[in-house]
Design a protein around this ligand. Structure first.
Ligand SMILES: [Fe+2]
Length: 196
């Protein structure tokens, strides 16, 4: 289930909204032209399933999005703890890659097959932090200022949609806002304490 937190974007960001209500989340995201859809999660996919197996499992939905939005390239990004000695280093490097505020020339469209991650969308003086979980398909329009946090222990499998093969290259803004807003680990902990 998706979890949305909205913050102000000043020196000391304040929380404006925290919600798990699907309708409330969809409405808040619509205001900033971001679309969140939900697909039925396919059960029975093995944890080690490869790209082709995953794409085949979601073929109908994937083909529909490609046809509707004109994407030309689809792949699967996966990162899960594997117990290898270099995991902490690889996890930290992967997390750092898109942890600072940036834009892309292409839409950023991700479907979460498993695991989770937070997209932070910085639009009109507010930050929408969207915690995506299995079944969530988030479409962030091109040139939207944003960043992505997979947390200190990344674990996710996501289908990605592209219009071209270099549109995903980040154009970094140099703004330190990502360091001032609560990170993935903090938001996940906040949500747990709210639920208990
Ligand atoms: Fe991005």
């Amino acid at each position: 289930m998706t979890y949305l937190t909205v913050y102000t974007d000043g020196d000391a960001p304040e929380t404006l909204l925290e919600t798990e209500d699907a309708a409330e989340i969809a409405a808040a995201l619509k205001e900033i032209d971001v679309v969140l859809r939900h697909w039925q999660v396919v059960e029975g996919l093995a944890p080690g399933a490869g790209q082709d197996e995953i794409l085949d499992a979601y073929r109908t939905e994937v083909d529909r999005v490609i046809a509707e939005e004109g994407y030309t390239f689809v792949d699967v990004a996966q990162l899960h703890p594997d117990g290898s000695p270099d995991w902490p280093e690889r996890a930290a490097a992967a997390r750092q890659k898109f942890l600072n505020e940036h834009t892309h020339d292409d839409d950023e469209v991700r479907y979460f097959v498993s695991g989770s991650g937070i997209f932070y969308l910085h639009v009109d003086g507010r930050i929408h932090a969207v915690l995506c979980e299995p079944g969530d398909l988030l479409s962030v329009p091109e040139n939207t200022t944003h960043w992505f946090d997979m947390g200190t222990e990344p674990s996710f499998t996501a289908i990605r949609f592209f219009h071209d093969d270099d549109g995903w290259v980040g154009d970094f803004t140099g703004d330190s806002i990502a360091q001032r807003v609560p990170d993935f680990d903090t938001i996940v902990a906040n949500r747990k304490s709210r639920a208990s």
